[in-house]
Design a protein around this ligand. Structure first.
Ligand code: F6P
Length: 324
């Protein structure tokens, strides 16, 4: 294999650029020609390849977003779309593809490998929701962004004696809410992986006020109510009506997707990017790089998809016991 390509797909995540840099530089170090694919699977179908050199990835280690752009591409989900992409790869003489993205992106990569084309996945999503790995690139930065925002909200909540409901991203997973809630000392955390009851949240707020607390922070995962974004507004309304407390709602939204990647995300992206190249060179295909128990591993897309992403509920229970 002389030529490889890399693309980013799905929602962008801080650290994707660091991973692209690692793929390009490791690939060149291994004597390969490396191409970037613009606009994810859409660009793959259109043959939107850019030749990358050492300078193409200069000064991006610290930049959020993805220099290759990203899309969610429905045309690629059908067989014709995949055949079109394979034809473009063949035309350019590319022998392997590295896909940086989430579950949907890996499904696309798996299909290419079923057709005989070598692909390797790098988990890149702020949601941390990919089975087969304990960590996804961007999660650490997103959690830090959320914690920083919640700390700021706490300042004003304290000044005005208010209750704040703060909705965070995560799609169907509660990881961002759990970590941000724990690290920002939220009074309650509402995640899809644990039973939730607004009455319990209200009781906890009232108990806090009786003991002299002047404000409360409730962190809600967007996926806690069957993925209905904006449910935080509803919860805020119920709390306001039932307690009479001045209750505000903030939806953190896409600000959680941007920003300079944290040191941890840069470390993981660099290691995973290089590992993905090494795996391709060794002849692996249809696998994703992951982190398990602190070690880099790889597992087949199929194997990883059989598992379900799980959350450490002991953190949830600990957070509850620390916020009484
Ligand atoms: O998967 C990342 C993510 O930011 C989720 O947390 C969120 O539900 C979704 O993407 C938002 O997608 P979009 O940017 O397409 O609105």
């Amino acid at each position: 294999m002389n030529k490889i390509a890399v693309l980013t797909s799905g929602g962008d995540a801080p650290g994707m650029n660091t991973a692209i840099r690692a793929v390009v530089r490791r690939g060149i170090f291994k004597g390969l020609d490396v191409f970037g694919v613009q606009n994810g699977y859409k660009g793959l179908m259109d043959g939107d390849f850019v030749s990358m050199n050492l300078g193409s990835v200069r000064d991006i280690i610290h930049r959020g977003g993805t220099i290759l752009q990203s899309t969610r591409c429905s045309e690629f989900k059908i067989a014709e779309g995949q055949q079109q992409a394979l034809a473009q790869l063949k035309k350019e003489g590319i022998g392997g593809l590295i896909v940086i993205g989430g579950n949907g992106s890996f499904e696309g990569a798996r299909k290419l490998t079923v057709e005989g084309f070598p692909t390797i996945g790098i988990p890149g999503t702020i949601d941390n929701d990919i089975a087969g790995t304990d960590y996804t690139i961007g999660f650490d930065t997103a959690v830090n962004t959320a914690v920083e925002a919640i700390d700021k909200i706490r300042d004003t909540a304290a000044s005005h004696e208010r209750t704040y409901v703060i909705e965070v991203m995560g799609r169907d997973a509660g990881d961002i809410a759990l970590w941000a809630g724990m690290c920002a000392g939220a009074e309650s955390i509402i995640i899809p992986e644990a039973d939730h009851d607004v009455e319990d949240v209200i009781d906890r707020i009232k108990q806090g006020y009786q003991r002299g607390k002047t404000h409360s922070i409730i962190v809600v995962a967007e996926g806690a109510f069957n993925g209905s974004v904006g449910k935080g507004i509803e919860i805020g309304r119920v709390i306001r009506e039932k307690t009479g407390f001045d209750t505000k709602v903030t939806i953190l939204g896409h600000l959680q997707r941007g920003g300079s990647p944290s040191a941890y995300d840069r470390m993981m992206s660099s290691q995973m990017g290089a590992k993905a190249v090494d795996l391709l060179v060794e002849g692996e295909k249809g696998v994703m790089v992951g982190l398990k128990n602190g070690k880099l591993i790889h597992s087949s897309f199929g194997e990883a998809a059989k598992d379900k992403h799980t959350i450490d509920l002991s953190i949830y229970h600990l957070a509850r016991s620390l916020s009484i």
